[in-house]
Design a protein around this ligand. Structure first.
Ligand SMILES: Cc1cc2nc3c(=O)[nH]c(=O)nc-3n(C[C@H](O)[C@H](O)[C@H](O)COP(=O)(O)O)c2cc1C
Length: 435
């Protein structure tokens, strides 16, 4: 298996590393936070992160330093940081590992971010099912408070930084940043219209940064080793650094692997993941979580970076790579994903609320060999009427698997409809009367 230098998973892969504050400090933890408090101004921290070209690891890939720069500096009231630890995208399980195995790494990243944007209060919005992660994070926050890294007068300065862990109630939509803010405010988790953006009207309508767990975990390393160092890793200039990709499906070695962005899917699936778990060849793969359109074996040499995957017609998204072997029905795969999206649609936008139900019903009837001629046109039309017509990107996400399987594997849908036609009792000819 090829070996790459690890940044985020390095500590936890040391024998005996527990993720405690003592272990984290022994491996250089909180040095970056000490450095910013002692030697840097908030603007310098933002500049360093801009120099690194770090892009958000939650899905959209927005440049992190640029996002921080949108926070108004002269705002008189409170500002907030929210760390998005909802991680409910099927096929994605990297944030969980970062939280459970090295919680101080992301907490240090959050403390530095608070310093940079001038926030005194930060929340980790953690997926409700991550009970263990929440427990570990709460303990880590206690340790950091006791050691003076968090709380009032951090490390003897006049700054206050408090971090609170808030568990969600298990809704996929609460990973969408504005639904997350609504939920954190105690309201029903549904997205808000943008603009205004969270940078000016976020939590409690105050300037707010929302960043993913992995994004936060990168920050101490950028401060310690410099933005230029980070920008030189991976696939510069637009896809810098490493990424933790989550490998699942029909592969020999599923798991989380941290690699520099820009290696190919072939290297990732075969050299790192050990290839297919059976003798069957690969049929398709999802490159970036359930919302990302399917790719096929002809895309195996596409680079795992933001631009290359977009050029191939999909997205790097949340970093969840799910592999499917020959013999897997792509209609079934699309149906399983659609059932998930139907279940999780928050109901705020009509095209998504109604459309997800209709799409699921049509896929169900095709899969159970009751499909009709015209169903594929209907699916195509419905997808077109959902994507781009919803408040948040859930609309695009839910139609991706259908549109991409219709594009690459249309014959599988057609075969099932033909079978349904053949099984259907022929109805009696209806006489036509000509007047
Ligand atoms: C339906 C939906 C679900 C999302 N779920 C998550 C999630 O679970 N975790 C996450 O970090 N971002 C998720 N996002 C992306 C967030 O809205 C947001 O872009 C991200 O938290 C910003 O952080 P980043 O800039 O560090 O990536 C989701 C977006 C959508 C539209």
């Amino acid at each position: 298996m090829p070996q790459y230098e690890k940044i985020l998973l390095k500590n936890m892969e040391q024998p005996g590393y527990t993720g405690s504050l003592a272990d984290y400090e022994k491996s250089g933890g909180y040095q970056a936070f000490r450095k910013v408090l002692k030697d840097m101004q908030p603007d310098q921290v933002i500049e360093e992160v801009k120099k690194s070209s770090l892009r958000g690891r939650g899905g959209a890939g927005f440049p992190t330093g640029v996002k921080w720069g949108f926070i108004p500096k002269d705002h008189p009231g409170p500002k907030y940081l929210c760390c998005n630890a909802d991680e409910s995208e099927p096929g994605t399980f990297k944030d969980r590992q970062l939280m459970e195995r090295d919680p101080h790494q992301m907490l240090e990243g959050m403390a530095i971010t608070c310093f940079a944007i001038g926030a005194e209060t930060a929340y980790v919005y953690i997926r409700g099912e991550f009970r263990l992660g929440a427990k570990i994070l709460n303990k880590a926050v206690e340790e950091a408070n006791a050691a003076g890294y968090l709380g009032k007068n951090v490390l003897g300065t006049d700054r206050t930084i408090n971090i609170y862990i808030h568990a969600g109630a298990g809704a996929y939509i609460c990973g969408e940043e504005t639904a997350l803010l609504e939920s954190l405010e105690g309201k029903r988790g549904q997205p808000r219209f943008k603009p205004p953006f969270p940078a000016t009207h976020g939590l409690y309508q105050k300037p707010t940064v929302v960043n993913n767990v992995e994004t936060m975990a990168n920050i101490p390393h950028i401060i310690n080793r410099g933005g230029e160092w980070f920008a030189g890793i991976g696939s510069p200039p637009k896809s810098c650094g490493t990424r933790i990709f989550c490998l699942s499906g029909h592969v020999k070695r599923p798991g989380n692997y941290e690699v520099p962005m820009g290696i190919t899917f072939r290297e990732f699936i075969y050299d790192i993941g050990g290839g297919m778990s059976s003798d069957k060849p690969i049929k398709a793969f999802i490159p970036g979580g359930a919302s990302a359109p399917f790719l096929t074996p002809e895309h195996l040499d596409v680079k795992m970076d933001f631009e290359s995957v977009a050029m191939a017609g999909s997205m790097l998204g949340s970093g969840g790579v799910t592999v499917m072997e020959e013999g897997t029905s792509m209609v079934w795969a699309a149906l399983r994903l659609m059932e998930f999206f139907y279940h999780e649609s928050c109901g705020k936008c009509t095209p998504c609320r109604e459309g997800s139900s209709w799409l699921t019903q049509i896929l169900q009837r095709i899969w159970t060999k009751q499909g009709r001629q015209g169903d594929l046109d209907l699916l195509t039309e419905l997808c077109k009427n959902i994507a781009g017509r919803t408040i948040c990107a859930f609309g695009e996400a839910e139609v991706g698997p259908i549109q991409s399987t219709l594009h690459h594997f249309r014959h599988e849908y057609e075969d099932l409809i033909r079978e349904a036609d053949a099984m259907r009792p022929k109805s009696k000819e209806i006489p036509v009367f000509n007047h």
